[in-house]
Design a protein around this ligand. Structure first.
Ligand code: 5GP
Length: 191
């Protein structure tokens, strides 16, 4: 049975985490790729579970040794997909899901062109800004950086991203039903 790689991307504040937390427990056989990052751990994040937390020097060493499928600098920190993790999971016969920024996804496609892309977008930029403000995790400076990046990401993703599926996450219930339907379709078509 062919194994599938599913790439999720979103603009920050598109509600990806809530949506995925809601839907993905229904697909327990899919394993999540653990990325390497130079971002500092947030409360509750565990090294090797949520991310492999690296210093900038360590991360650059991984790039130099060609240990990453793809990498990118997102909001000032490096993020990348370690090769060993994907290769190990594929060898175990697992379906693997990835959380990549829209630019990293293009590089990922060069290595795994058959991966299926699902893009999660907010219903509008105004709604995105409102959500980010509500979250209260941003300063005015990081908020405007995130908004600027979100605009670039959305334009780029919709024109060059080659995502097979785009979900506009306005209403959580309908977005969850849509994602669930997409996941079933993907897994059925490969079964
Ligand atoms: P966060 O710091 O909020 O966990 O993630 C920030 C951004 O980094 C998100 O847009 C997420 O999709 C992206 N990201 C996480 N892991 C990777 C990775 O391995 N490669 C790339 N290109 N982006 C990643």
């Amino acid at each position: 049975m062919p194994k599938t790689l599913i790439v999720f991307s979103a603009a920050s504040g598109a509600g990806k985490t809530t949506l995925m937390n809601r839907v993905m427990p229904n697909f327990p056989n899919i394993v999540y790729s653990v990325s390497a990052t130079t971002r500092k751990p947030r409360a509750g994040e565990i090294d090797g579970v949520h991310y492999f937390f690296k210093t900038e020097e360590e991360f650059k060493g991984m790039i130099a040794k060609n240990e990453l499928v793809e990498w990118n600098k997102v909001h000032g920190n490096y993020y990348g997909t370690p090769k060993f993790f994907v290769e190990q999971k594929l060898a175990e016969g697992r379906d693997v899901a990835f959380d990549l920024d829209v630019f990293g996804k293009i590089n990922f496609d060069n290595v795994y062109p058959d991966a299926i892309g699902i893009l999660i977008l907010p219903p509008s930029l105004e709604e995105l800004e409102a959500r980010l403000r509500l979250r209260k995790t941003e300063t005015e400076e990081t908020l405007s950086l995130r908004m600027e990046n979100a605009k670039k990401e959305m334009d780029f993703a919709l024109t060059k991203g080659k995502y097979q599926y785009v979900i506009y996450n306005g209403d959580l219930e309908s977005a969850a039903a849509e994602l669930e339907g997409i996941m079933e379709k993907i897994l059925l078509s490969l079964a």
